[in-house]
Ligand binder design. Structure first.
Ligand SMILES: Nc1ncnc2c1ncn2[C@@H]1O[C@H](COP(=O)(O)OP(=O)(O)OP(=O)(O)O)[C@@H](O)[C@H]1O
Length: 798
């Protein structure tokens, strides 16, 4: 069926080309599945089943672990009347070991033997001669009853965990905490006891895959070693401090130690007598000295001085902690010399943290979900891999026979953002001949788009979902060009995967080849989005979070405050606050966010009447106007931009000094993105949220952000008079339109459960504040559309 549709769409494609196209692996697949389900429903059903299976397995693991603990407690309670002497009988005893003893044996063996040859096939009991070769604190005699150096074990473990990378492969529920970063400093810490050895010790290491019994008996170590993720495959990630050797070992396949090799060496036979109880352990009080044998003071000093010098070198190399930049330079990465030339021509030498964290992963062709704060260079972080992908595809010659292939597709939510990304892409391609970036955005003529796409080079396409779908559905030939796609990028991924856009994005994905790399970027990635990201990403994608767990998504340098004041005072307060800021900041540049396009228009008209230097952008303005104003605001200061949420995401207006949000945003994420228009590139800024008392409930969503409540300022009587006069001059139609839009918006965001004020009451107050004598009646159709029909106090026109 799908090939039929395709055949119909590509009527102009020649026979041989058709053959190539139809044999291509398309993202769509069959349209219907058993039970009349569509592809996505089918996919979701299977994902759900997989999750359930995973949870069931986790439960089983938990039960096993609990059983282990119970056995341990029972063993403790029964006691062990052991004399401590090794009897001939005990030596020959082949009964099962107690969990504690097993752990001890494992740890002892570990201490004795190097982790590398620990589980060799012909590995037997540790020989005396081996013991002799070790000295100092490293050496623990396994034949004696010397206790395991738990403190060292724990500290090494914690150390590895503490330095755990925040970013890593995303497996649902298996947080990156279960992964250990290879770190030289952690090797320094406890002799040769590094993360890798810890992994070897872990019952989840493939080396322990030999018998279930072994895995079970070492489960008590797990409490220390693994604090999350029972099944997650252990991965070692390479980092800056990884040695050459490390990276070699990690190999290409996900930098993971070969699973098969380990399983081979971890067979039951290879354990020899080591899982057999040989001695009976004496129950005796262990002194502190025995537990923590005194260390040679000189060794400690040496260790400390070594660590200090390493730290100093690291500090010298590192940027200050709150800097958005990393110490790494672009010329240290493997991007093309011509791109490097363009970067240095723009004065860009160092990577930002997000670029450093993602570039190598993205260049390796991996799928990734990336979270980084606003204004930290995410656009460049995905444009550079896009350019490299195009260069690679062009050099390999693949797809060049096809009709002008598009190798990289970038989706973003707004037209201005698409144009901005395209401009940045063009700057990076300045010295590359024959590679072009084009945009497909709404508000332009469809035919012109087509002509442009055909006449100018376009290997990188940046589009808004609606217009791209128009082209796909109108058989403009774009579908066949997209068949060569290698890289699919979604900027502001959380918004595009949210309900408003998701259907469009799904349809677009249906038209893309399945064999592709996909990257998702945003400053905010709620849990729900991580889940649905599977729609776009491969299962083994990386989740790269440069913000980190428990850290806020906003910038420390941006001061955030909140004013709660009655709704009717907002139109008076905004001009007052603006004037105050302008007086204190000569080079001001302010963005005022309003809830809807029509309210934006009213606010703009009011401020213009008050002779402030102001511009407006919202969806109701023609595209030409939007582009002109956006460009003007980018380049100037001493200007105020009043805008709706079309400017909330991704727009890079440099040096914005203040962001005012009038009324509650649609959600927490939108608050963060709006605020993110200031404090870009590590600079400072100020954010102010102005809400009515009934909107206070929204502050719960922001309670982890450093939002300072401040009292509403006393209104300047001159400003108040000016506002009243200016408002009186504004056309009633603008006010009525604002009223209707406002009503619709608040009806959708208002939490009626918490708010006792009726919508009619709020509507009346809003009317009053904008100088309307009485609420204008709504057309019945509009009222039904807004869900307002039947609300008393709001007049409805037939
Ligand atoms: N390595 C770098 N060195 C200097 N400036 C950079 C670097 N990378 C990006 N920039 C600049 O930082 C600014 C912000 O970048 P960008 O718009 O990509 O941020 P963002 O993280 O996408 O923000 P948002 O989350 O709001 O979309 C841009 O002006 C960009 O040119």
């Amino acid at each position: 069926m799908y090939s039929l549709i395709l055949r119909e769409r590509s009527g102009s494609i020649t026979g041989s080309l058709w053959n190539r196209i139809s044999s291509r692996n398309m993202g769509g697949g069959p349209r219907t599945f058993p039970g009349g389900l569509n592809k996505w429903q089918w996919k979701r059903m299977h994902e759900k089943k997989a999750r359930e299976k995973e949870n069931k397995l986790l439960d089983q693991e938990k039960q096993l672990y609990e059983a282990r603990i119970r056995t341990e407690i029972r063993a403790k309670m029964w006691g062990n009347p052991d004399s401590g002497e090794k009897t001939a009988k005990s030596k020959q005893s082949h009964g099962p070991m107690s969990p504690k003893e097993h752990i001890k044996t494992l740890a002892d063996r570990f201490m004795k033997a190097g982790a590398e040859d620990f589980w060799n096939e012909n590995d037997g009991p540790v020989k005396k001669s081996d013991q002799g070769s070790r000295s100092g604190s490293d050496s623990i005699d396994s034949t004696s009853n010397s206790p395991i150096d738990v403190r060292r074990l724990v500290s090494a473990t914690c150390d590895s965990m503490g330095k755990n990378r925040v970013f890593g492969s995303s497996r649902r529920g298996f947080s990156s905490m279960s992964r250990f970063k290879r770190n030289e400093s952690s090797c320094d810490e406890g002799d040769d006891f590094d993360a890798k050895k810890l992994d070897t010790l872990s019952p989840f290491s493939p080396k322990f895959a030999g018998t279930k019994e072994k895995v079970k008996s070492s489960r008590s170590v797990v409490g220390v070693i693994r604090n999350k993720g029972l099944f997650g495959r252990r991965k070692f990630r390479k980092n800056d401090s990884s040695t050459e050797e490390d990276s070699d070992e990690e190999g290409d396949e996900g930098k993971m130690i070969g699973w098969m090799d380990m399983r081979k060496t971890g067979s039951s036979a290879s354990l020899g007598n080591h899982d057999i109880k040989l001695t009976k352990r004496v129950n005796r009080n262990v002194t502190d000295e025995e537990l923590y044998p005194p260390l040679d003071i000189n060794t400690v000093r040496e260790d400390l001085s070594k660590r200090k010098s390493v730290d100093n070198v690291m500090e010298e190399k590192q940027e200050p902690h709150d800097s958005i930049y990393s110490a790494k330079r672009f010329d240290e990465s493997c991007i093309s010399p011509l791109t490097l030339k363009a970067l240095s021509a723009s004065g860009i030498l160092k990577m930002t943290r997000v670029q450093d964290a993602t570039l190598s992963e993205c260049l390796d062709g991996k799928d990734a979900l990336v979270k980084a704060k606003t204004g930290t260079g995410k656009s460049m972080a995905f444009l550079l891999p896009a350019i490299e992908t195009v260069l690679k595809a062009m050099n390999s010659g693949k797809g060049v026979n096809k009709v002008a292939p598009i190798f990289a597709l970038i989706l973003c939510p707004t037209r201005e953002l698409a144009s901005q990304i395209a401009a940045e892409g063009k700057a990076l391609l300045k010295f590359h001949d024959g590679i072009g970036v084009q945009t497909l955005i709404g508000g332009t003529r469809f035919k012109l788009d087509q002509q442009r796409l055909e006449s100018e080079p376009c290997q990188i396409l940046i589009a808004t979902p609606g217009r791209l779908l128009d082209h796909i559905e109108n058989k403009s030939g774009l579908t066949s060009r997209l068949m060569a796609l290698k890289l699919f990028i979604v900027d502001e991924a959380d918004l595009l995967l949210d309900l408003g856009f998701r259907r469009d994005v799904e349809k677009i994905i249906d038209c893309l080849p399945r064999q592709r790399q996909s990257l998702l970027f945003s400053a905010t990635i709620p849990k729900e989005v991580r889940r649905v990201s599977q729609l776009v990403l491969k299962r083994d994608h990386s989740y790269i979070d440069t913000i980190g767990l428990g850290c806020v998504e906003t910038h420390d340098k941006v001061r955030q405050s909140c004013i709660v004041a009655p709704h009717e005072s907002h139109f008076h307060l905004v001009p007052h606050l603006l004037k105050e800021h302008i007086n204190n900041t000569p080079d001001y540049k302010i963005i005022v966010f309003c809830s809807t396009g029509m309210v934006t228009s009213l606010m703009y008209t009011l401020l213009r009447e008050m002779k402030l230097n102001v511009r407006e952008i919202h969806a109701r303005k023609p595209q030409l106007h939007r582009t002109r104003v956006s460009d003007e605001f980018k380049e100037s200061n001493r200007l105020i931009l009043v805008t709706s949420d079309v400017s909330a995401r991704g727009m890079n207006y440099p040096d914005v000094t203040l962001v005012i949000q009038v009324g509650i945003p649609s959600d927490r994420e939108q608050y963060i993105h709006r605020l993110g228009r200031t404090g870009r590139e590590g600079k400072g800024g100020e954010g102010l949220l102005l809400i009515a008392p009934w909107e206070r409930y929204f502050l719960d969503e922001l309670k982890d952000l450093p939002l300072e409540p401040i009292p509403a300022p006393d209104l300047d009587s001159i400003v108040k008079h000016q506002v009243d006069q200016s408002m009186a001059k504004i056309d009633t139609s603008i006010k009525e339109a604002a009223y209707h839009a406002w009503l619709g918006y608040y009806n959708s965001v208002r939490e009626t459960g918490r708010d006792k004020t009726t919508l009619a009451e709020l509507a009346n107050r809003f009317c009053h504040s904008i100088g309307l004598e009485k609420p204008p009646a709504l057309f019945r159709r509009t009222a039904v559309k807004m869900g307002l029909k039947g609300i008393s106090g709001i007049p409805i026109r037939k």
